[in-house]
Design a protein. Structure first.
Length: 151
């Protein structure tokens, strides 16, 4: 590590916006499935063009490398996915236990298992209530029979 290297400044909102917009323009390059040297060079060239555009709009004069921009884009996407997952988890917790089958198709495995366990617990609780009521009915029948025997 170089001890004299200075920490880069924070990305401005304008830089982030330009990064995201420019990435969308070159999205077709990044979405290709090929893993050849030519495709790799094409992706690198696209990142360099993105870097040139972001650096052109940067008023502070700090130049970003294409590697820094690639890392920033990855971090932005991770942060957005994390926030979306947290908000979805919050919605699932707030929502009552009734989940339609169309919603079940979009849930992650952990959430599906959680829903399954909730339903199993609810079913068990209902069965316990049913058995408890049956016991009360039997107890009442016993009391009735005892009264009839005394008379």
């Amino acid at each position: 590590m170089n001890a004299c290297r200075k920490r880069s400044s924070y990305f401005t909102p304008l830089e982030q916006e330009v990064l995201l917009q420019t990435y969308e323009e070159y999205g077709h390059v990044f979405s290709k499935k090929s893993n050849t040297a030519a495709a790799s060079k094409e992706r690198k060239a696209a990142w360099e063009k993105i870097a040139a555009r972001v650096n052109a709009c940067n008023s502070s004069g700090e130049k970003r490398t294409w590697i820094q921009l690639k890392m920033k884009y990855k971090n932005l996407i991770q942060k957005a996915n994390r926030k979306r997952a947290e908000s979805m988890a919050g919605q699932h917790q707030d929502r009552d236990a009734s989940t339609s089958t169309t919603q079940l198709d979009t849930l992650p495995v952990k959430e599906l298992y959680k829903q399954h366990l909730k339903k199993s617990i609810e079913k068990t609780v209902m069965e316990i209530k049913y058995l408890d009521r049956k016991l009360k009915k039997v107890d009442l029948a016993i009391l009735l029979l005892e009264r009839q025997l005394r008379e």
